[in-house]
Design a protein around this ligand. Sequence first.
Ligand code: ASP
Length: 322
Amino acid sequence: MKKTLLAALAVLSCGAAWADYPEKPVTLVVPFSAGGPTDKVARDLAEAMRKPLNATLVIENVGGAGGTLGATRVSKAAADGYTLLLHHVSMATSPSLYRNLGYKTLDDFEYLGMINEVPMTLIGRPTMPAGSYAELSKWIDANRGKINLANAGLGSASHLCGLLYQSTLKVDMITVPYKGTAPAMTDLIGGQVDLMCDQTTNTTSQIESGKVKAYAVTTTRRLTTPALAKLPTLDEVGLKGFNVSIWHGLYAPKGTPKAVLDKLNAALKTALKDADFHKRQEALGAVIVTDARVNPAEHKKFVEAEIAKWGPIIKAAGQYAD
Ligand code: ASP
């Protein structure tokens, strides 16, 4: 048989081998603790993708090292569509932060598309004496050198936001890393740490129920979510140009068959239009992206640009880990 015919047959039989995908539950790795902001996005997305993909997505929380442990786990998983990664901006910051990253961000994954963007809020322990941002500002001045700021490890969203906050204020705080902002939130509520910058997907309900003090939002525009609408922006209270919003994306191990990637991308697109998904995410301050951004090539280009954007900021801050 001619070589070209053999190659064509190989492609056909390969495609056919994946025609029945998915035939069992798909594991969705969340590289942070259960109950945190990324976990909440993942659980809502898993529910919305269940029907269009015709499979259950089972969440596996692999927290630690700013999300890099979970990403490593997926980069080494079988490229068969049964292990996926839901990650955020840390995908783009960790290459500059970690000297020995266990994977190559641009080479070891198939990019499926972007999911949403989530603003952050600056919050404090409930016993914090400051009731407004102006009072917090005075409290920070009076307590320099003693302030604890929680985060989810190097490269996490809370770390980046806290880093930007400290450098804008020119105040150094004592950072306390956790495996995710879910356990950090427990300590903040308990008064073990003073402040945290965290995504609205995690903070909205705590702010609503008065379990934490809320001081400001990190976007340049005020938010419309009822519990957050009264909060000033950091830009408005004097930190001109302060603007942090966290994106999430979906990834598969490198080498996952095209037929599988196409099914996953189509299911993701359908899930992002699901009315319940929108309602739940919007109530937590998240903004679902438009169809054009749920595109593998587009998303990879975007992550490349994000790596280039964050690299110099991280270098200037002198942050890194082994
Ligand atoms: N997204 C992380 C989490 O789910 C927190 C962070 O990035 O700061 O815990």
